[in-house]
Design a protein. Structure first.
Length: 257
């Protein structure tokens, strides 16, 4: 094999197959399961609003074994991110710079992330309340871990894991590959937003809509700044507030979920 063959651009068909495989091993798979979960809820006895969608649940009645399962789940969930970064490393340039996850602008990234969290979080709460009133969401339980010393640290790690996985795969990687496949800008934004909404369908239709809108905002931010790190910061803040807040505050405060 010649040097030219080793360095020639990857064919569009290969890039398309690669993208489908990465999604199939990560959030595309989650989207399929979410559709099945929603179907199960809709066909069960009782309305959707009486069904429950639980996140961060206990995996064992034995605390140390539960902690082990939690940490293993977080670690293995990040493997698709490493795969995506590894595959992007075949392209010219540093994949960390391509994705915008380097530490060149920590202050700016943190500020933008906090601003995005506020922009998404407050309307998101209003949308969840409206969805609950309309009965188009399942009852959401953001944190189902026992009250143990490691629960809050694990919930924070879970929030970071969710943010890194979703923003790197659904925004940074997917948008980069679809641009290389010469998709139209509107189609790229729609694909990223619909994917984000679809793997939240297990929570109901309100969650799908809210996350799809979030996907549009985040995709536009990435296309403008070429940086995923502010999105990771924003997503982490949103999930930390949801997970830890639900875990520590009185349950009566969350009856509207």
């Amino acid at each position: 094999m010649t040097v030219e063959q080793l360095t020639r651009p990857v064919a569009r068909r290969v890039l398309g197959t690669e993208t489908l495989l990465v999604l199939g091993l990560s959030l595309g798979q989650s989207a399929v399961y979410a559709v099945v979960s929603l179907t199960a809820k809709l066909t069960a006895e009782g309305p959707l609003s009486k069904q429950t969608a639980s996140l961060n649940t206990s995996q064992s009645a034995r605390p140390w074994l539960d902690l082990t399962y939690q940490l293993l789940g977080i670690a293995f969930a990040l493997l698709p991110v490493l795969l995506a970064v590894h595959l992007l490393a075949r392209d010219p340039g540093d994949p960390a710079r391509t994705l915008g996850v380097d530490l060149r602008r920590p202050g700016s990234d943190l500020a933008r992330g906090a601003g995005l969290a506020a922009l998404i979080g407050l309307p998101g709460l209003a949308l969840f309340w409206a969805a609950a009133q309309l009965g188009v969401n399942a009852t959401l339980v953001p944190a189902g871990l026992p009250h143990l010393w490691w629960a809050v640290p694990v919930l924070i790690l879970a929030a970071v894991q969710n943010a890194v996985l979703e923003e790197v795969i659904v925004v940074g990687y997917l948008v980069t590959r679809l641009r290389q496949l010469h998709w139209r800008l509107g189609a790229i934004i729609a694909a990223s937003a619909l994917l984000r909404g679809s793997y939240h369908l297990y929570q109901g239709f309100g969650a799908f809509l809210g996350n799809a809108v979030m996907g549009v905002v985040f995709s536009l931010c990435y296309l403008r700044t070429r940086r995923v790190l502010p999105l990771i910061v924003a997503h982490t803040l949103l999930d930390v507030v949801a997970f830890v807040g639900y875990s520590l505050l009185p349950r009566a405060w969350f009856t509207w979920l």
